[in-house]
Write a protein that binds this ligand. Structure first.
Ligand code: FPP
Length: 250
């Protein structure tokens, strides 16, 4: 029985987020330059997207570039940005064919103009697609996201758009970059690191976490299925008891 056929399509995570880690180490292990790991990483992105789409997962968020990644050597940053542009160009027909909607989270204005242009064109031309949302975190940092939410909420308070007492979790949710997305159900990090690294801090409050030693370039469809099966073997209680869950939350 294949791994894929063991997956229960009635109990899929709605939103899967992935910290794609280990490109550099994957390359080094085979005696290649780091950037080759990123090239191979793009193939893994395609596999994860294909697997998620075929299963019927509605949102896939990928941590493609963090606010901290600007500290990397210029050559590596340039390679990552060029890969982003060339991959978007190349994949656009596949996005259309597979009904994939592209969106981003993070401060896109700081990316190279070429990348901004390619992103906005791809976002515009896939905006009516409905099968899955591919959400790329680019120049993204969760603390920065929360700071920017606090700023916009504060402005609205100063402008008397609402009162301090009216602020609740929904207010915060609706001012984050992810305002239109459900909470993350399942967070995957590859390469053996067990850290969150400033990724979606608010949105992973109740997420199941999955850490694998596999480096990102080796994270193929079968690895993705294995991760989903692992998710399905867990019981999500949201603070309730097992008995309550068994008796349908009563
Ligand atoms: C982490 O590996 C990976 C990244 C910082 C970037 C991920 C980017 C891609 C897979 C390619 C471009 C993306 C898209 C969406 C087309 P690392 O370099 O931190 O690896 P290391 O920890 O082994 O050094």
């Amino acid at each position: 029985m294949s791994l894929k056929s063991k997956i229960n399509s009635n109990y899929l995570p709605k939103h899967v987020a992935i910290i794609m880690d280990g490109n550099g180490r994957w390359a080094k292990k085979q005696g290649f330059k780091r950037v080759l790991g990123h090239r191979k990483g793009v193939e893994a992105v395609r596999q994860a997207l294909e697997a998620a789409t075929e299963l019927g997962i509605k949102t896939l968020t990928l941590f493609a570039f963090s606010t901290e990644n600007w500290n990397r050597p210029k050559y590596e940053i340039d390679t990552l940005m060029n890969l982003l542009v060339s991959s978007l160009k190349k994949e656009l027909p596949t996005f259309q064919k597979n009904n994939v909607k592209l969106q981003t989270i993070g401060n896109i204005n700081m990316l190279p103009k070429k990348a901004q242009k390619e992103l906005s064109e791809s976002i515009e031309s896939t905006k009516n697609n409905t099968k899955i949302t591919l959400n790329l975190a680019l120049n993204y940092g969760a603390r920065e996201e929360i700071v920017s939410a606090v700023r916009s909420i504060s402005k609205k308070i100063v402008n008397n758009e609402f009162k301090i007492e009216e602020i609740d979790e929904n207010t915060i949710n609706s001012h984050l970059y992810t305002f239109n997305l459900p909470d993350v159900d399942f967070l995957i990090r590859t390469s053996g690191e067990k850290r969150i690294s400033n990724f979606l801090l608010w949105q992973i409050a109740y997420a199941e976490l999955y850490f694998t030693d596999v480096f990102w370039p080796d994270f193929n469809k079968e690895e993705f299925y294995e991760a989903i099966l692992n998710y399905q073997s867990r019981e999500r209680r949201f603070g309730k008891t097992s008995e309550q869950i068994e008796n349908n939350n009563k």
